[in-house]
Design a protein around this ligand. Structure first.
Ligand code: HEC
Length: 179
């Protein structure tokens, strides 16, 4: 059962059955490294690293601390969007449409972060320029984050998030079952 594929459009049902093997022998270092390489740190805090664009994963609500929830969030980020992190779409009177996360707002202006992965400054929009403002139905968390990863790598990443970045968690045993 090997999935050495580097461009898989992973779906929930493809990965769910693999949770039967996630309980032991996950590779901590791989998970930790993927958290960086797969860009999670651009939007999430965990351990010493990361930014607070999305939820702080070290403080994941205990009810959400399940393999299923973490996987679901990864493969279907727009399925249930947390209001606190919801993007807005602005239609400007120039006709331009801007979608992003409001990071600052005053009486006169809003600052909108369009793409957290681009590391650019937020776009400043004067309120007088705005014709319409609606909540976006799409998460700022991009689709396809797992597509370059193998199944084993994804399990290590999910284990890392589940364990809250704690190397001592029992998921990271001595025995590695990597096939
Ligand atoms: C561009 C920003 C961005 C990137 C990159 C990103 N996320 Fe997210 N993530 C979010 C936001 C925002 C949410 C909040 C809810 C939503 O919009 O779906 C979220 C939600 C989550 C949740 C659910 C948290 C909860 O409280 O329910 C998990 C788990 C998660 N992300 C893991 C990851 C992992 C692992 C990676 C890297 C592979 C990643 N995210 C990459 C922005 C991002």
């Amino acid at each position: 059962m090997t999935f050495i594929s580097r461009n898989t459009d992973w779906k929930y049902d493809d990965l769910y059955p693999a949770f039967s093997t996630i309980k032991h022998g996950r590779a901590f270092d791989v998970g930790q490294n993927l958290f960086k390489v797969a860009n999670c740190i651009a939007c999430h805090k965990l351990g010493e690293q990361g930014f607070n664009i999305g939820p702080d994963l070290a403080k994941l609500d205990p009810k959400k601390k399940t393999f299923e929830h973490i996987l679901r969030s990864l493969v279907e980020p727009s399925r249930d969007i947390d209001e606190k992190f919801q993007s807005n779409t602005f239609v400007l009177n120039s006709g331009q449409i801007v979608t992003g996360l409001v990071v600052e707002e005053t009486d006169k202006l809003v600052k909108v972060l369009i793409d957290p992965l681009a590391k650019a400054d937020p776009k400043v929009i004067q309120k007088s320029e705005i014709d319409e403002r609606v909540k976006a139905k799409v998460s700022i968390m991009p689709l396809g984050l797992l597509n370059k990863l193998t199944q084993e790598e994804i399990l290590d990443l999910i284990a890392y998030v589940y364990a809250g970045g704690d190397k001592k968690n029992s998921l990271f045993g001595e025995h590695h079952h990597h096939h």
